[in-house]
Design a protein around this ligand. Structure first.
Ligand code: PLP
Length: 438
C-alpha cells in the first residue's frame, strides 16, 4: 500500500454469490453494467438499503450516490413508499384490469405538468421510448428517426444505433442481433451541432418522423446542452413536420417536477419517463397532447399494450414518491444541497490544480477528469480519463462511498442525503482525488 491508500474492502461473500450467479446468468448479472467490468474487483451484492445508505453481503456500509441509477430520489426504503406499497398489496398484486390507482398517479403527474395532457404507463423506460417512437412514426406516417451520439434511450432495436463517420450518418448497430434495416432508418448526429441536424433534415426531406433527444444527456457523462441549441432542435422539428421526443427517463421528476421540459421551458411533442416515476418499482410512461395520444390503441391505430402495465403495486410506489416531490420547496432544497456539495468539490480540485471538473444540474452530477469548461459531446470525453475514474472508484468504495461502476455514469443525490452525510462523503472524495492525482 502506498501512503494514503486504504486496504480494499472485504468482498468474500459477494465473490461467492457472484460465482454462483455466473452459473445461471450470462456474465452473472441481469444488466451488463452491474458486472463491474470497468472498475476493480467483483460486483458487490447488496443486501439492504436505507435512506442514503447501502449494505453489501459482507456487511460493508456505503453512502450511495448511484440510487439504483436514478429512481430513488427519496433514498432507499422510504417509509411512505413502503407503507403505501404494503397497503395496496393487501388487496392483491395484479388484475390486468383498470384500477383507480392508475388514474390517481396520472392525475398527479398531469395536473403538475403543463407539458402533458395524456399519458400511457409501461413497465420500463425502454418500453416507453420504443412505444413513443412507434407513436411518432404512426402519427407522421414517416419511418426515419434522428438520434444523437452520446444519448441512450434503452435497448430497443431502432435505438441501439451509433454514429458512423461523417456529419450525418446512417447509424451502425451497437449490438449484434439488430437487422441492418433498423439501423438504416436511424440517423445519428452529434449533439450541440446545429449544422448536422440541418443537414440531416435536408438530406431526408419529409422522411423524418421524429427527433429523439435526452434534453439532459446523462448516459455518457453529463453532456449539458445550451438552451439555445435545444430551442433550435424544437424549431427545426416544427419546420419539418417532425415530432420532438424528449427522453426524460433520467431528467423527468429529477431536475424539477416538470423535468427538462419545465427546466428549459420547451414543449416537446412526446415525453418519455421511467425511473423516478415508479418509486423504485418497474414503471415507465410516455405522454403528450390529447391529440397526439389519440393515435394510441384502442383510440387510434398505433398498437401498444402490457400485461403488467399500470400494475397497482408499482402505481402505489409512484403515487407515494411523486406526492412527496409535488410538495412545495422539495426541489429547491435538494438542488441547493447538491450545488453546495459539487461546488465545494470543484473548489477543492481547483485549489490543487487537478485536471478535474464536476458538472451538475438539479441533483445529478458527473465527475469528469478533464480541464474543459464544457463537455457537450461524447467525442469530447477522453477514454483514457476513465483510468482515473477506475482508481477513484476503488478508493471511494474503500472509504464507504458507492458510485455506479462506470465513469460514464452520473451520480445522484437524494432527499435522504443529509448535510452530514454529504460532508463525510466530501472529505472522502478529497482524499481520493489526492490519491488519484498523486
Ligand atoms: N432512456 C434513458 C434516458 C435512460 O437513461 C434509460 C435507462 O437508463 C432508458 C431510456 C431505458 O430505461 P430502462 O432501463 O428502464 O429500460
Amino acid at each position: 500500500l502506498v501512503y494514503g491508500e486504504k486496504p480494499d474492502i472485504v468482498r468474500e461473500k459477494s465473490a461467492e454469490l457472484y460465482e454462483k450467479a455466473k452459473q445461471y446468468f450470462p456474465g452473472g448479472v441481469n444488466s451488463p453494467v452491474r458486472a463491474f467490468k470497468s472498475v476493480f474487483g467483483t460486483p458487490l451484492f447488496i443486501e439492504k438499503g436505507d435512506g442514503c445508505r447501502l449494505w453489501d453481503a459482507d456487511g460493508n456500509e456505503f453512502i450511495d450516490f448511484c440510487c439504483s441509477w436514478g429512481p430513488l430520489i427519496l433514498g432507499h426504503n422510504h417509509p411512505k413508499i413502503r407503507e403505501k406499497v404494503i397497503e395496496v398489496m393487501q388487496n392483491g398484486m395484479s388484475f390486468g384490469a383498470p384500477t383507480s390507482l392508475e388514474t390517481e398517479l396520472a392525475e398527479l403527474i398531469v395536473k403538475n405538468n403543463q407539458f402533458l395532457e395524456k399519458i400511457r404507463f409501461t413497465s420500463s423506460g425502454t418500453e416507453a421510448v420504443m412505444s413513443a417512437i412507434r407513436l411518432a412514426r404512426g402519427a407522421t406516417k414517416r419511418d426515419k428517426i434522428i438520434k444523437f451520439e452520446g444519448c441512450y434511450h434503452g435497448h430497443s432495436d431502432s435505438l441501439l444505433v451509433k454514429a458512423g463517420s461523417g456529419l450525418v450518418t446512417f447509424g451502425e448497430t451497437s449490438s449484434a442481433g439488430i437487422p441492418k434495416a433498423f439501423a438504416d432508418d436511424t440517423i445519428v448526429v452529434s449533439l450541440n451541432d446545429k449544422n448536422a441536424l440541418k443537414e440531416a433534415f435536408s438530406q431526408f426531406k419529409d422522411q423524418i418522423a421524429c427527433v429523439i433527444i435526452e434534453p439532459v444527456p446523462a448516459n455518457n457523462g453529463l453532456l449539458l446542452q445550451d438552451k439555445d441549441y435545444l430551442e433550435y432542435v424544437r424549431s427545426i422539428c416544427t419546420e419539418n413536420g417532425a415530432l420532438l421526443i424528449f427522453d426524460e427517463v433520467i431528467s423527468g421528476f429529477r431536475v424539477g417536477f416538470e423535468g427538462a421540459a419545465g427546466y428549459y421551458q420547451i414543449q416537446p411533442d412526446i415525453i418519455t419517463y421511467g425511473k423516478i416515476i415508479g418509486g423504485g418499482l418497474p414503471v415507465g410512461a410516455y405522454g403528450g397532447s390529447s391529440e397526439i395520444m389519440s393515435n394510441i390503441s384502442p383510440e387510434g391505430s398505433v398498437y401498444q399494450a402490457g400485461t403488467l402495465s399500470g400494475n397497482p403495486v408499482a402505481m402505489a410506489a409512484g403515487i407515494a414518491q411523486l406526492t412527496e416531490l409535488a410538495k412545495s420547496g422539495f426541489y429547491k432544497e435538494l438542488n441547493n444541497k447538491t450545488e453546495e456539495f459539487t461546488a465545494s468539490i470543484q473548489r477543492y480540485a481547483a485549489s490543487k490544480n487537478y485536471k478535474f471538473k464536476v458538472f451538475t444540474i438539479g441533483s445529478i452530477f458527473w465527475f469528469a477528469f478533464t480541464d474543459m469548461e464544457k463537455v457537450q459531446t461524447s467525442e469530447a470525453i477522453d477514454p483514457a480519463s476513465m483510468d482515473k475514474f477506475k482508481s477513484m472508484h476503488r478508493e471511494l468504495l474503500n472509504r464507504g462511498i458507492y458510485f455506479g461502476p462506470s465513469g460514464y455514469e452520473v451520480g445522484f443525490i437524494s432527499a435522504a442525503h443529509s448535510k452530514m452525510d454529504l460532508e463525510k462523503a466530501k472529505r472522502a472524495i478529497f482524499d481520493c482525488l489526492d490519491i488519484v492525482f498523486k
